[in-house]
Write a protein that binds this ligand. Sequence first.
Ligand code: HEM
Length: 217
Amino acid sequence: MIGRKALVAATGVVMLLFVLAHSFGALSVFTGPNGINAYAQALQNLGPLLLAFRAVMVFVLILHVTFAIMVTATNWKAKPDRYAVRRTRVATFAGETMLWSGLLLLAFIVCHILQFTLHATPDVVIRIDAQGRLDVFAMMRESLRLAPVSIAYLIAMSALFLHLFHGIQSVSQTIGLLNEKTKPMFQIAGITLSTLLLLGYGTIPLMILAGMGVFGK
Ligand code: HEM
């Protein structure tokens, strides 16, 4: 059981690092078309390395989801009267909804890859910029300008917030770092990181919808 939980924690940390790194890439949209198009082209230039990285991340995601569902199912079986337990347990909303925020994020990741990596959704506009690169700036702006797309992103970012809010504290417990002394520290780390990611990622659809800054030109 500990082995499974450790695997969920380790794969969760790997994906947290990805989400942090990816936020810098996505936020480069605020530097304008040149910044984000150059960044996306640099990624494409990695060639087979990018393919290998993608394969590893898909494997990590599958492990995380599979073992998280197994751990949750075992917990539910161990506590068949879990509603009675809930009444007496101090559990946060984020902790109680980990499975649902996780499944929502999984649905988001599938749609997001279909949209921005595979360009397979009808909202995607493909243009080539003056330097002959894929115009990722225009692609993001044209998609997120559609209110339903932006709203779906904001819902997914809220799920990411809830998932990380609880997940970061949960990891510290699994690896045995959580005690009365360190608890406030991990709580602050969880709240700070999840809030920063919510604000960072959330600003993109909001600014595009409002047509502000670089998106107003
Ligand atoms: C406003 C928020 C976001 C924006 C604007 C955004 C933008 C993008 C873009 C433009 C790409 C395609 C990159 C390329 O192929 O050149 C991409 C890929 C991707 N994004 Fe996001 N992203 C956002 C949030 C997220 C979040 C929260 C996650 C994870 C929970 C995520 C996971 C991914 C993954 C897994 C890929 C595929 C990476 C690849 O193609 O190798 N994204 N994103």
